[in-house]
Design a protein. Structure first.
Length: 202
C-alpha cells in the first residue's frame, strides 16, 4: 500500500516486491518519533495516475527492481503464501493457484495462473514504469542499491535510522530459474522497464 507522511507532504509509492514493507516500517517509525503521522491511501498498490488530490502533488519516491529478479521474488512469495491463505480459510481460489505454482517457475511464466486477466497483469507483467507514469515530482531508488539510495530519504527527513529488512523471500540465485526462452519472454514483457531503468539480465 502506498503511504503518506502527512506533515512532510511525502508519498511513498509502493511497488510490490521492492522493499516496500521495510520502507513502510521505517516511515512509521519515523512518524511515531517525530510528531508526524502516516496513513495508507489505498488498500492495494495503486498507480500514480489514479491517486486522488492532493496526494498526486506530493514529493514522491518509489523503488524499482530488476525485472528478472523481481519475478523470481514474486513467484517464491506466492508459492509460500497461497497455501497458507487456503489453510487459513480464505477460499479455494488460493489452493487452485497454489496447485499451479507447484508446477514450477517455467509454467508460472508461460501460463495464466491467477484466473483474471487484470490480476495476471498486475501480479506478473505490469511494468514498474507504468505504475509511476505521469509523476513529474518522482524520485526513483533502485532495490539493488537500496541502502545507498535510501540516503536521499534519510537526508530529506534528517533522520538516519537504518532501513530494516522485512518480509523477505528466500534468497536464491535468480539466474538458476531461467533458460534463454524465459529470459527473452521477460525481456519482451518488461522492455519499457529495462530501457527506462537500464537493467540487464546479468
Amino acid at each position: 500500500m502506498s503511504l503518506v507522511l502527512e506533515q512532510r507532504h511525502m508519498l511513498f509509492l509502493h511497488i510490490e516486491k521492492n522493499a516496500g514493507t521495510s520502507i513502510t516500517n521505517w516511515l512509521d517509525d519515523y512518524a511515531s518519533k517525530n510528531n508526524d503521522k502516516t496513513y495508507n491511501i489505498h488498500h492495494r498498490h495503486i498507480e500514480w495516475k489514479k491517486l486522488p488530490s492532493p496526494y498526486n502533488s506530493y514529493w514522491t519516491f518509489c523503488v524499482v527492481r530488476n525485472p528478472w529478479t523481481r519475478l523470481v521474488s514474486r513467484y517464491n512469495y506466492d508459492l509460500s503464501t497461497y497455501l497458507q491463505k487456503y489453510l487459513a480459510g480464505e477460499g479455494d481460489y488460493f489452493l487452485k493457484v497454489y496447485g499451479k505454482l507447484q508446477k514450477g517457475f517455467d509454467y508460472w511464466i508461460k501460463n495464466d495462473v491467477y484466473t483474471l486477466p487484470h490480476i495476471e497483469h498486475r501480479m506478473k507483467w505490469q511494468n514498474q514504469s507504468e505504475i509511476v507514469q505521469g509523476c513529474e515530482n518522482l524520485h526513483v531508488l533502485k532495490y539493488e542499491n537500496i541502502n545507498e539510495d535510501f540516503v536521499l530519504i534519510q537526508d530529506k527527513l534528517n533522520w538516519y535510522e537504518p532501513l530494516p529488512h522485512a518480509n523477505a523471500t528466500i534468497q536464491c540465485d535468480y539466474k538458476s530459474y531461467y533458460n534463454q526462452e524465459l529470459i527473452d519472454i521477460v525481456a519482451e514483457k518488461y522492455a519499457t522497464d529495462i530501457a527506462e531503468y537500464n537493467y540487464t539480465f546479468d
